[in-house]
Design a protein around this ligand. Structure first.
Ligand code: 5GP
Length: 139
């Protein structure tokens, strides 16, 4: 029975909603953002179901931190971006919309990354497959 209170990311973890998966292990899942700010915009989430960073257990936090540098490096290599933003919104007032911890990794190209604001594009399914294969090669 689906939990009516479950966040969209909990439903992705439960396999109720599909995602373009980039990386997964026992503790975390990374997938492409459906409304990317730039090509390769990826979300890294813990499998532990908490809303904010400070609610995470040390083990879940360590698991997230263990993967993040490697994931960011693979995204940089896959996209050719020479810069990127890492963002973690905590709480509605900080701009958090999905109340399950998620780290944004956002490649920056010619423009000055997030300084130009959050302009979402559209995730193309074919390009998603290309990105996933390419990131996977660099993980
Ligand atoms: P927040 O504002 O909470 O930090 O960011 C939430 C992010 O989740 C947004 O960038 C949004 O595009 C992304 N998002 C929301 N729903 C889905 C979904 O169902 N699938 C994927 N892949 N991304 C989502």
């Amino acid at each position: 029975m689906p939990d009516p209170e479950a966040t969209i990311f909990a439903r992705i973890l439960d396999g109720e909603i599909p995602c373009h998966r980039v990386y997964e292990d026992d503790h975390v899942l990374a997938f492409l953002d459906v409304g990317p700010i730039s090509r390769g915009h990826t979300l890294l989430i813990p499998k532990e179901r908490v809303a904010s960073l400070h609610e995470m257990s040390p083990d879940a936090g360590a698991a997230l931190g263990r993967v993040l540098p490697r994931l960011a490096g693979a995204i940089v290599k896959a996209t050719g971006a020479d810069a990127y933003n890492v963002l973690l919104n905590n709480g509605a007032r900080a701009g958090q919309e999905v109340m399950h911890v998620h780290v944004h990794v956002i490649p920056a190209y010619e423009e000055a990354g997030l300084r130009h604001g959050w302009k979402s594009g559209t995730l193309d399914a074919d390009d998603a497959a290309t990105l996933i294969a390419s990131i996977d090669q660099h993980l």
